[in-house]
Design a protein around this ligand. Structure first.
Ligand code: 4AD
Ligand code: MG
Length: 463
């Protein structure tokens, strides 16, 4: 179907030309003004109908949600609010949407309601903006790594290993439970890291960008059972190179959307400001969305060790006033209340925590000289908490074998992983960035289920 996308018609470049527009009706006012959106941009195009020339039966079908095609002349808009409009010569309804049944009417719906209508929520300005940004972010990620000489590696989705050792795997089998299709138990991957390391030990710089699956039974606004992760892995990098890479990557992708997706970001910034009016002052973001993203692209990230963070937390007001729900002492895993205090209250910028206690991190992280901590790093950002988790990897075969024993990982399960330490081992490092958490951060959306088209979470796998 030959048509002009609306993004090419909202500026005056094509004024005077005859155009064909296809899209979905957002509103129809005064039997004359049709606001139409085709997804190519946030803005609707105004179509002006000749009231006398459109018969009533047709007008009745021009309701919110209907798909239409119209032709006419693009002219400079008579009214305010838009630069152009179309003087319609012909309009055709391709698919009606019964107003008594179509659930996405032009009023404010709750996010919960729209989640139940995830098949139709793309039709709202909010979700179309979010998903255009999701696209732009993934494009910017590929752009960043490609420009920096990385090779993208597709790592398997079905695997026999549990990279993170957290035991949160989904088993994979055929409908016959007695038949072991792969000759051994397998699961959906929780991370492509172990395989990415194998690639990095020859290709130098690789990254994966794929779906990962975790049966974490945590019904939070920041966890999904199926999410996408970006995992770069670089030979000859140490922990500090790894942090530099994470910082550069995050800054690049945010700069990219600030440059290419400003109308969508501005819309979401206003939406957030509106929504925050309902919240008590201390629950609101200190600054607006766009300012938040800009400040991340401009300022340096704060870097401190886990041990320093524990000290700061124990000196903090909420700790002294017993406001934290979870304990703060050396050796415990930080909870999101602690992470958020650090990024939102103490530093108000991304914070990179390093050198965590070995016991709370995965087996593959490089043991530090103190024998107690490992060369881990987590990047925490305002509003989200942990966005990135990574480390320098244990490249010393003997130490790695000790770690396998400590973590009860049979060596014959990951003989191939150990082989890289036997043949030409070298320092290397990498990280994993949760893609949905990045989309949350960049859009200001507060629930992870609203930044992936069809969320998978406990008791929820519709669509
Ligand atoms: O910190 P994680 O568990 O690290 C790894 O998986 C490493 N193998 C990464 C690496 O070094 N190559 O997960 C990395 C990131 C987290 O920081 C978080 O952003 C995201 O993945 N993440 C989740 N996102 C949504 N839902 C979940 N259930 C998530 N679990 C982790
Ligand atoms: Mg982590």
């Amino acid at each position: 179907m030959k048509r002009n996308v609306i993004s090419s018609l909202i500026s005056t470049d094509l004024v005077g030309q005859s155009v064909t527009v296809c899209g979905w009706v957002r509103t129809f006012r005064n039997d004359q003004f049709l606001a139409v959106n085709d997804g190519s941009c946030l803005q609707n195009l105004q179509l002006v109908l000749d009231r006398d020339a459109t018969d009533e039966s047709l007008r009745k079908l021009l309701t919110t949600g209907a798909a239409i095609r119209a032709t006419g002349q693009l002219v400079e808009s008579q009214g305010g609010g838009q630069a152009t409009e179309v003087k319609v010569e012909e309009v055709e309804v391709l698919g009606a949407a019964d107003p008594d049944e179509f659930p996405i009417q032009m009023k404010r719906h709750t996010m919960e309601f729209l989640r139940e209508k995830a098949h139709l929520r793309f039709r709202t300005s909010t979700f179309s903006a979010v998903f255009r940004l999701r696209h732009a972010l993934q494009f910017a990620i590929h752009d960043f790594f490609n420009s920096d000489g990385f090779y993208m590696l597709h790592t398997p989705i079905i695997t026999g290993s549990d990279a993170e050792g957290a035991g949160e795997m989904f088993k994979v089998s055929t409908s016959d439970p007695d038949q072991e299709f792969f000759g051994k138990p397998v699961n959906l991957t929780v991370s492509g890291q172990l395989e990415a390391e194998l690639g990095a030990m020859a290709l130098g710089k690789v990254y994966t960008f794929g779906p990962t699956f975790r049966a974490e039974n945590s019904n939070t606004s920041r966890h999904l059972a199926e999410f996408w992760m970006i995992e770069p892995e670089v030979a000859f990098n140490d922990l500090s190179d790894n942090i530099d890479l994470a910082e550069a990557c995050l800054k690049h992708v945010l700069r990219y959307v600030l440059e290419h997706n400003l109308p969508d970001l501005e819309f979401l910034a206003n939406r957030e400001a509106e929504a925050e009016k309902q919240l008590p002052a201390d629950k609101r973001n200190a600054t607006g969305l766009i300012e938040r993203l800009r400040s991340v692209t401009e300022g340096a990230f704060v870097r401190l060790t886990y041990t320093e963070a524990i000290d700061l937390l124990r000196q903090s007001k909420p700790f002294k006033k017993k406001k934290f729900k979870y304990p703060v002492e050396w050796g415990v895993d930080l909870q999101s209340e602690h992470e958020r205090w650090l990024v939102e209250k103490k530093f108000n910028c991304p914070v990179v925590l390093t050198d965590y206690p070995a016991g709370i991190k995965a087996f593959y992280m490089r043991r530090n000289d103190d024998g107690k901590t490992v060369a881990a790093m987590d990047v925490l950002v305002p509003g989200i908490g942990e966005l990135i988790g990574g480390s320098q990897r244990e490249e010393r075969l003997e130490v790695l074998k000790e770690k396998c024993a400590e973590f009860n990982i049979p060596e014959d399960h990951i003989w191939w992983y150990l082989d890289t330490r036997k043949f030409g081992t070298a320092p290397h490092a990498g990280f994993g960035m949760g893609f949905e958490r990045l989309v949350m951060f960049a859009t200001g959306m507060t629930n992870i289920r609203d930044v992936i088209p069809f969320p998978r979470a406990p008791q929820s796998a519709e669509f």
